[in-house]
Design a protein around this ligand. Structure first.
Ligand code: GAF
Length: 448
């Protein structure tokens, strides 16, 4: 699978050594280790300043939505399973003023350094700019139900890393939903907004995603993670996790994940094939015994992961293909891990929770095959540190970030040690963020 680095260069293991010297120089001059968060107010002030410079208008409306980190439960949402995500204190903020161009929504993104526009009378003509399609999709969902936005000039400022697997797209879509409601003086329910944002991602951006990201971005709770039951699309419990003993460290591999390029959709297809073979509606209904009965020869130890593995033609009568069995095993065991992790979180049993995170990563790497070398290296480096309880890739995969559960007292030394180990092997200092569980999306008053 082609991967793009955030800095635009190709991922070339062979070119790594050439970069080591540069990275080591960075090490000696001191890393800016953990990037401090930017408040919603400061993001809003930046965006409002830009809007004023660009159009001469003062910001009249504003909305904000957080990114998310999924603690555990990956690729289970579209299988009717369980997930355990939190909204985080990294935000996408939109500010807007009445538009100066008739029939147009004009948008300037400070984080992307790009500007784009779309026509309100032709919302179904997909924008050439992928990021614009999230806004367009949400506008179209509101327009279908007669909530018609007037022309607007919008500026986006964000501290959610793009391509990091931290749901920058769901944050953009849900901030837009709240902005439309502020402008049109409408109020939709959280589940209506979530559905609008999911449609924007599926139809506009072409990613056949589940509901996890949009649900937690909309309904996140300060200081807590959400246990979501994706069979019912509901929050099944809210679990406090702002314990002073621990910290959540997110480290970006520097590899931009691309969900729309086919591998995500391929995993969904594989899961549907398994359901057909087992004659069940969803993998939620599959037990380990059902897989075991079909896989007498499946080794306990996973083979070396091969990105080229893909399912062979499949007969619903015969035994499950090796690749499909592994996909099923990931989903079924991951659901069990989410429920076990929920108990560990409730009882503040960090060693058990940490172990479950490591096991989840292994399963995603070997059975579901959605990790990459850089994510594996980050998890391996985390595993070598005493103060790390557990770590795993988070989000859709194929790049993006890991999340590590860390003893808070040692947070800074963990970040330094993982960053240095990564820089020595890959030639790049990864970006590190300490994230805290935060509240979901909403309208944000414009400060004068
Ligand atoms: C992406 C998707 F958008 C989610 O719905 C979910 O499937 C996730 O990948 C994997 O757990 O973030």
């Amino acid at each position: 699978m082609p991967r793009r680095r955030i800095d635009g260069g190709a991922t070339q293991p062979s070119s790594r050594n050439a970069n080591v010297v540069i990275a080591l120089v960075e090490c000696h001059s001191g890393y800016a280790m953990i990037e401090p968060p930017l408040s919603i107010e400061s993001l809003q002030a930046r965006a409002a300043g830009e809007l004023n410079q660009w159009t001469g208008s003062a910001a009249r409306w504003s909305a904000a939505a957080p990114g998310r980190v999924n603690v555990i439960g990956e690729h289970t949402d579209y299988n009717g399973g369980w997930v355990l995500p939190m909204a985080i204190d990294r935000y996408t903020v939109l500010v807007a003023a009445p538009g100066l161009q008739a029939d147009a929504i004009r948008v300037r993104s400070l984080s992307l350094g790009e500007q784009s526009a779309l026509s309100l009378s032709r919302l179904s003509d997909l924008s050439d700019d992928k990021w614009m399609r999230y806004l367009q999709g949400v506008l179209a969902e509101y327009a279908h139900r007669e909530v018609v936005c007037p022309p607007l000039d919008i500026v986006v400022a964000s501290s959610v890393p793009v391509g990091g697997g931290l749901s920058s797209s769901a944050a953009l879509a849900l901030a837009m939903a709240h902005l439309i409601e502020a402008v049109t003086e409408t109020t939709w329910s959280p589940s209506e907004r979530i559905r609008a944002a999911v449609s924007a991602e599926r139809d506009g951006a072409g990613v056949p995603c589940g509901m996890m990201d949009q649900t937690v971005v909309e309904q996140g709770q300060q200081g807590s993670v959400l246990l979501l039951d994706c069979a019912e699309d509901l929050i099944s419990s809210i679990i406090p996790c702002d314990n002073p003993q621990i910290a959540w460290l997110v480290i970006h591999s520097g590899v931009a994940h691309e969900l729309a390029d086919g591998a995500y959709a391929q995993r969904r297809t594989e899961c549907r094939m398994i359901c057909k073979a087992l004659r069940v509606d969803s993998l939620r209904d599959v037990t380990p015994e059902m897989i075991a009965s079909l896989t007498p020869d499946l080794p306990t130890e996973s083979p070396t992961p091969s990105p080229a593995l893909s399912p062979r033609p499949f007969s619903s009568q015969g035994p499950l293909d090796e690749v499909l069995r592994r996909r099923a095993r990931h989903v079924v065991t991951e659901n069990q891990r989410v429920l076990a992790a929920t108990e560990a979180l409730k009882t503040a049993n960090w060693p058990i929770l940490g172990q479950l995170l490591f096991e989840s990563h292994q399963s995603l790497r070997d059975d579901y095959q959605v990790s990459c070398e850089e994510l594996d290296l980050l998890v391996e480096l985390a595993q070598g540190h005493d103060a790390v309880f557990g770590a795993r890739m988070t989000g859709g995969g194929f790049g993006g970030c890991i999340v590590a559960l860390v003893n808070r007292e040692a947070l800074s030394s963990v970040a330094t040690s993982i960053s240095q180990g990564f820089a020595q092997q890959v030639g790049l200092s990864p970006r590190c963020y300490q994230v805290n569980p935060s509240a979901g999306a909403g309208v944000w008053a414009v400060s004068s």
